[in-house]
Design a binder for this molecule. Sequence first.
Ligand code: SD4
Length: 317
Amino acid sequence: MTWAAISTWRMSFDGLSEASVLLDKGINAGDAVEKLISIVENNEHYKSVGFGGLPNEEGIVQMDAGFMDGDTFAQGSVASIENVKNAISVARKLSENKTNSFLVGDGATKFAAKNGFEMTNMLTEKAKKEWQGRLSANHQEQLRAYDGHDTVGAVTLDQQGSMAAATSTSGLFMKKDGRIGDSPLSGSGFYADSQVGAAAATGLGEDIMKGCLSYEIVRKMAEGQSPQDACDQALFSFAKTLKDRYGSCDAISLIALNSKGEWGVATNVEFAFCVSDNEHEAKIMIAQQAAKDRTKIFPMTEKWLADYQKRTESTID
Ligand code: SD4
């Protein structure tokens, strides 16, 4: 029976590998995607997701996460949640609610504490130092999706044909208190329909949400497009429109999987992602924008990995 998984960025490799083992044993898509994302959240070396994530301009780690069940369309989200170890698990729990399934700020944090989710200070010493460094440098730049440290988004297909999509992020470093990106927004950061396919996004949330890009990909797949064509067309046609009418389009990367387990990726930057299925082991691939509004995809090289490691160890400036 077919199963498959795809996830954003190099940092999701361990999570995707673990989810792959579980999917092979018959775990359901929702459990697999939650496991995948929580492994990334728990790794303190990843500066933009969960524990160890970089804080907002007030030095507070505020996280966004979303979960969607592709069988029922049930979805749950949290935004600007604080001090909770696994925001994705709170989002998934909220997806069981008919109402009150998207909570923000204090309400989200209180819900997590009351419902027994592990609460902890998410600001590590390392992240605090980077924040202090940035404060003293007194940078007043535009928010940007800084190099190599991004949202984890993932899509899974299980052996029963069910699909799920999920995201988790601490958002952009030095964001304003209460700023929320695309990641917890259904249709923008993620979307899943088990009868068609599912998608997730990473990049500058303010631009991704202008095009509801995850929903747009699923809609295109429902019209019969392959995941690759759906991703390329959703990204490049929207990026062009946005440049024409808004004046700019920042970094955006998109992943998708259809109900047959075929996948696609589109990006307007250099983008690493991880993918596996019942016939292929988990692997890291690299995507880049190519000519004619297409995305070029190739396997990760040793040189790319060495450069990546250098980048993740360096501070963000
Ligand atoms: C956000 N999309 O908060 C997220 C962050 C991200 O590349 O993916 N950065 O806007």
